[in-house]
Design a protein around this ligand. Structure first.
Ligand SMILES: C[S@@+](CC[C@H](N)C(=O)[O-])C[C@H]1O[C@@H](n2cnc3c(N)ncnc32)[C@H](O)[C@@H]1O
Ligand SMILES: *[C@@H]1O[C@H](CO)[C@@H](O)[C@H](O)[C@H]1NC(C)=O
Ligand SMILES: *[C@@H]1O[C@H](CO)[C@@H](O)[C@H](O)[C@H]1NC(C)=O
Length: 216
């Protein structure tokens, strides 16, 4: 059975909490209901991801997608979207010639939706793939065109991961929220549609600069 099934989560919780006093059971019951909503509807697929790293689904705006892809203009080959949601960035990247265009996503409903959109657009976007994988476990050492739209709370950790794994020639484009300590090579758009581009070789040079080395 799929370990992410709400039914199994429920059974697990029951097993742990039943047998207590009536009041405790009532409290557990409400906890179970909340948990089932969370695990089954709001964040399915996220049971193994630590709570502080859980990022909810918020779709990118059309203008945001446009801005992200503008910052990848002139590039080609493989593009990777970390936390691809319904796949809108991946799909548009494929339409613009990125091959393959890859999305990593844990939420099975969103993956299903993304596959459906990809199927409908299969003629204009032929090289789309989605993986049901935790982005924190993906080895990014062969990725050079990367897009992200996550929450500010996880971006410091993402900086560490990208810095450790991405090759020097990689470009990262962040939508809506900038990477907290890096200096962007380019910024485009306003408000929630804004996007930032980071070139790894520049990020590394800048991080190694003597004026910064001691100040952090
Ligand atoms: C803010 S949404 C952005 C969705 C999409 N990239 C877009 O621009 O429309 C973040 C997405 O990342 C996914 N996500 C969050 N943490 C993840 C993880 N550890 N592994 C894979 N996907 C994750 C969420 O399920 C959600 O769909
Ligand atoms: C990313 O884009 C660059 C520039 O077009 C291209 O040379 C490179 O092959 C792409 N990355 C991958 C992994 O395909
Ligand atoms: C990622 O893959 C590369 C090349 O296959 C390997 O050298 C590196 O050790 C891997 N990194 C991690 C964190 O597994």
């Amino acid at each position: 059975m799929d370990p992410d099934e709400p039914g199994e989560a429920l059974a697990e919780l029951r097993g742990r909490r039943l047998g207590g006093a009536g009041l405790l059971q009532l409290a557990a019951g409400t906890g179970v209901a909340a948990y089932v909503v969370w695990a089954g509807l709001l964040m399915p697929g996220f049971r193994r991801v630590p709570l502080r790293l859980q990022v909810p689904y918020v779709p990118a705006s059309a203008r945001q997608v446009e801005n992200v892809l503008t910052l990848l203009r002139g590039r080609s080959g493989k593009v990777v979207d970390l936390g691809s949601g319904d796949g809108r960035i991946v799909l548009e990247a494929s339409r613009r010639g990125f091959h393959p265009a890859v999305g990593y996503e844990l939420n099975p409903w969103l993956l299903w939706l993304a596959q459906f959109h990809a199927w409908r657009a299969r003629r204009r976007a032929p090289a789309v793939t989605y993986h049901r994988e935790d982005l924190w476990r993906v080895n990014l050492s062969d990725c050079t065109n990367v897009t992200v739209f996550l929450a500010p709370s996880v971006l410091p950790l993402l900086e560490t991961k990208l810095l450790a794994e991405l090759p020097d020639r990689a470009r990262v484009v962040a939508g809506r929220f900038p990477l907290p300590t890096w200096a962007p090579s380019a910024v485009i758009g306003e408000g929630i549609d804004r996007a930032w581009a980071y070139d790894m070789h520049r990020v590394r040079q800048w991080a190694a600069a003597p004026s910064r080395g001691t100040s952090v």
